[in-house]
Design a protein around this ligand. Sequence first.
Ligand SMILES: *[C@@H]1O[C@H](CO)[C@@H](O)[C@H](O)[C@H]1NC(C)=O
Ligand SMILES: *[C@@H]1O[C@H](CO)[C@@H](O)[C@H](O)[C@H]1NC(C)=O
Ligand SMILES: *[C@@H]1O[C@H](CO)[C@@H](O)[C@H](O)[C@H]1NC(C)=O
Length: 267
Amino acid sequence: MFVVLLLFILGDWTLSKGAPAPISREIFVNPQGGSGIYTTIQDAINQGVPGNNTGWVLINVAPGVYAENVTVPRDKPYVYLKGHQRSTTIVAWRTSDGNLWEATLMVLADNFIAQRITFKNTFNVAGSILGNDVKPAVAVSVQGDKNSFYRCAFIGVQDTLFDAVGRHFFRSCYIEGAVDFIFGDGTSMYQACVINATGYGFITAQRRETPDGPSGFVLKFTRVIGTGPTYLGRAYGAYSRVLFYKSTLPGSVDPKGWDPWNFVGHE
Ligand SMILES: *[C@@H]1O[C@H](CO)[C@@H](O)[C@H](O)[C@H]1NC(C)=O
Ligand SMILES: *[C@@H]1O[C@H](CO)[C@@H](O)[C@H](O)[C@H]1NC(C)=O
Ligand SMILES: *[C@@H]1O[C@H](CO)[C@@H](O)[C@H](O)[C@H]1NC(C)=O
């Protein structure tokens, strides 16, 4: 794990061509509080991360359930949110009725890392998965460039992970949902993730809209599980692009694989 992270950060340094960004500050969050310790992740970001900062701020998140929504604003890059284990470090929030532009975690800044944390949107939890009351409820919305997630979990039913825009990397994550639960116009690599398709629906809904657009999702060494029935994806844009590479798929994946949605003729 450490080696992988280090390689990623080194890669990032090379890409940015500037001086390496060191960890310049380390802060702590714990719901129990304590001297010099923030009790919410949002307080840590608001008060502990300087605006327009240029060095990584490592935010150590103690085990616990954090009942809050978290936004990493555009002018707070280089935030590194580090949990303990995704089974014990949980951020859970219920967004309002079907609003795609709300989320349990919203990342607007570039150069963001989260590790070993579960992000959950509880909106659809009370409803039956096949019921009419299921609506978009985003657990994580990723809108910065060079945002990455290691050993995190993303839990929801519809629209769990909004891979909206920018270059993103997901490694050894767990992603749960039923309808369009990895969606957006991001340019992303998902490596060695487990995807739990919990009801009738579509794993991905990628939204590339022009033939020369850079975006697309690559899912590499993925293990799909769950009862489905599910499709690998449906086209959310006319040039939707998704690749599953060396992955294992259960019988609950429809043999047709894909659904053209509103783009019949673009297959
Ligand atoms: C960050 O930089 C922008 C653009 O220069 C500026 O408008 C903003 O006020 C800065 N924010 C902080 C918190 O310094
Ligand atoms: C986030 O939580 C605050 C209360 O802490 C609330 O005022 C705000 O509307 C919430 N935002 C979202 C996107 O749910
Ligand atoms: C898949 O999701 C369902 C519904 O939340 C859950 O009951 C099941 O335990 C999950 N499977 C795994 C392996 O986490």
